[in-house]
Each structure stands twice: as C-alpha cells, then as structure tokens.
Design a protein around this ligand. Structure first.
Ligand SMILES: [Zn+2]
Length: 88
C-alpha cells in the first residue's frame, strides 16, 4: 500500500500563457511561474480564473478540489473526483 504522499504526481503540468510558462499546482490551488516559483497566482483570483479557463482547470464549488478537465468532455458530464458534485 502506497502512502498518500506518493499518490501525487511527481511532475506538475505546465501551461503556457503568452511568453511565460506556469506550473499548475492543483493541490495548492495555484499557478506558479516556471522561471520564478515565488510568483504565484491562486485559482480563486481574477488572474487565476483567466489562467484556469486557459488551462481547463475546474474547481468544485462544493468542496474546493481542483482538476484539469481533458478536452472533449461536455460540462454536464463533469463531476468532482472527491465529493461527486457536478462541476457546473
Ligand atoms: Zn467536490
């Protein structure tokens, strides 16, 4: 049995916004600049919402968990991985 820590991915996904790359940290709910991790944009901010839309990040309104939604899924098929609420 793996412990909980090992279930998180070792490599975080990245998204490009303009000429900059941001690491997407779903656990902390923030984007971090790839070239300067001290610069963070939380999902729950105006800039964070713009980046979330760009990166297909959806945050559950019921429990706050964030996921990256693969393209091609329609909104009414999306449910939270933790609490199973609809994401829209
Ligand atoms: Zn949820």
């Amino acid at each position: 049995m793996k412990d909980r820590q090992e279930q998180w991915p070792k490599v975080l996904p990245e998204v490009r916004m303009g000429d900059r790359a941001y690491v997407i940290d779903l656990r902390l709910g923030e984007f971090r600049r790839a070239d300067d991790p001290s610069i963070r944009v939380v999902f729950d901010s105006v800039d964070g919402q713009i980046r979330s839309d760009h990166a297909n990040v959806q945050t559950c309104q019921a429990c706050g968990v964030s996921v990256i939604v693969p393209g091609g899924l329609t909104d009414d098929e999306l449910r939270c991985v933790r609490c199973f609420s609809r994401l829209t």
